[in-house]
Design a protein around this ligand. Structure first.
Ligand SMILES: [Zn+2]
Ligand SMILES: [Zn+2]
Length: 141
C-alpha cells in the first residue's frame, strides 16, 4: 500500500520534499535534454500539481536553470542530484524524477515519450506505448 504522502530527496539529503497523492502521470522520457541533464539513457518522471508539492528541507539548496527558454530544471547545489522540471507547456505542474523518491508512488510508468530519440545501448523489455515526434507524445510507428 502506498501512503497518501510520498517523500523524496536528493543524494546528500540537503533537499527533502513531499508530495500528496494522487500524482497526475508517470512516464519515461528519452529526450536528449533529459538524457544529458541526468547522465542517463532516459529519465523517469512523474507530474504533480504544484499545490500538492512542498519542500520539507533545503528549498534554498535547489539551483534552477533554463534548459530551454520555456523550461527550468532544479538540482541540489550540494550533490548535483537532478530533481525537478517545470515548463510553460505544463503550467501549474512540477515534474519530479522518480528515482529520487524514497519508495513507490501511486502509479507505475505508463509510456515512453520522445522515444524516437532513444539511445541504442539500452534494450527495453516492457510493452509500454512508445511515443515521439516534435512534441514527444505522438505515435511514431
Ligand atoms: Zn543534495
Ligand atoms: Zn525529457
Amino acid at each position: 500500500m502506498v501512503n497518501n504522502i510520498l517523500t523524496g530527496g536528493c543524494l546528500c539529503g540537503a533537499v527533502r520534499f513531499e508530495v500528496t497523492a494522487p500524482t497526475k502521470w508517470c512516464a519515461h522520457c528519452h529526450c536528449s535534454l533529459c538524457r544529458r541533464a541526468h547522465g542517463a539513457a532516459f529519465v523517469t518522471w512523474f507530474g504533480v500539481a504544484d499545490e500538492q508539492f512542498r519542500f520539507t528541507a533545503g528549498e534554498n539548496d535547489v539551483s534552477w536553470y533554463s534548459s530551454t527558454p520555456a523550461a527550468r530544471r532544479g538540482f541540489c547545489r550540494s550533490c548535483g542530484s537532478p530533481l525537478f522540471f517545470t515548463s510553460e507547456r505544463w503550467p501549474g505542474e512540477t515534474h519530479i524524477a522518480l528515482a529520487h523518491m524514497d519508495g513507490p508512488i501511486d502509479r507505475e510508468p505508463a509510456v515512453h515519450v520522445f522515444y524516437d530519440t532513444h539511445v541504442d545501448w539500452v534494450v527495453l523489455g516492457d510493452d509500454l506505448k512508445r511515443l515521439g515526434g516534435p512534441s514527444g507524445t505522438e505515435p511514431v510507428d
